[in-house]
Write a protein of this length. Sequence first.
Length: 341
Amino acid sequence: MRVSVSRLHLLIPGLLGPLPNLQASGVVPSVPLLEKLLRRADRSASPGEDFLTTLFSLFGITRSEQADLPEAAVNYFAHSGEAQDGCWVRADPVHLRPDRDRLLLFNSEPLDITEAEAQQIAGRFNEHFAADDLTLLTTDPEHWYLRLEQCPELKTHTLNQVVGHHIEPFMPKGKDAGQWRRLMNEMQMLLFQTPVNQLREAEGRLSINGIWLSGIGRLPEVNQCRFASVHSDDPTAVGLARLSRVPAQPVDAAALAWSAGDEILMVLTDLLSPVLNVDPYRWSENVQLLENRIGSLIEQLRREKKREWVLYPCNGEKYAITAGALRRFWRRNKSITTLVT
């Protein structure tokens, strides 16, 4: 009797960078298990060139050249549990820092925004932009959204693509870009004048002086999903799971239960923030924690012949790993630092 293969799809954005300053930092984490997996696996091309496009592709949703992946609608659904009509836009609070003739963007991580601050800003925003039919919703202090009746003709860049960079090359493009660039400038002016930022600056804290728009679209339909369950704390993964009517659970590698023929998705994003913020020391700490986390999964893989991993570093490649592949002793490990771009 033929036994179906059970497969774990493991997304780890940031595992292989990009982290161009890693070699110069001198950081060398001790991760022999990860190094063995990467060296002994079968490597091949994978749909998607980054975290978002890879994740959506696993649910059968691909990106259009003229439009965004509907990240905002999926995120809002995950946070609120409400499947609402309309067009949704991520409106992430950010800090913009002048640097000579450039304006650099930093995400909300160093801002430590409180719920009261988010609500005060949303109140001022909605009052100011009422005539433009713009409504700002804050599901939590760091996740903000705009709800529109109609989707503008815009192509945006995700926040992850812009963090740490000059914003001008990443500004929205498309038929309605001029109008929305003006609105983004108006949002900056409004934030500059808010009592929240005046108080933050008086306290020596970074100001919330910009809103980055991305992920425009309506809530998509997921017609077919291969996964029996999804394990993640990421709102996009959770939202896509719920749209697929698939159980979404927090990450707990030790509690994974596989049945014959199951395909399971696990999304681990702890390495993404250190990569976005170009922090090799925190990346090294987190990759060490990842090494400890996957130990129990490797033991499961060794015991069960009909199990397979597919590891996605979210860089256009994937690594297929089986118990047999783990025995390829002639493929000697290479330091993970030599694989990080």
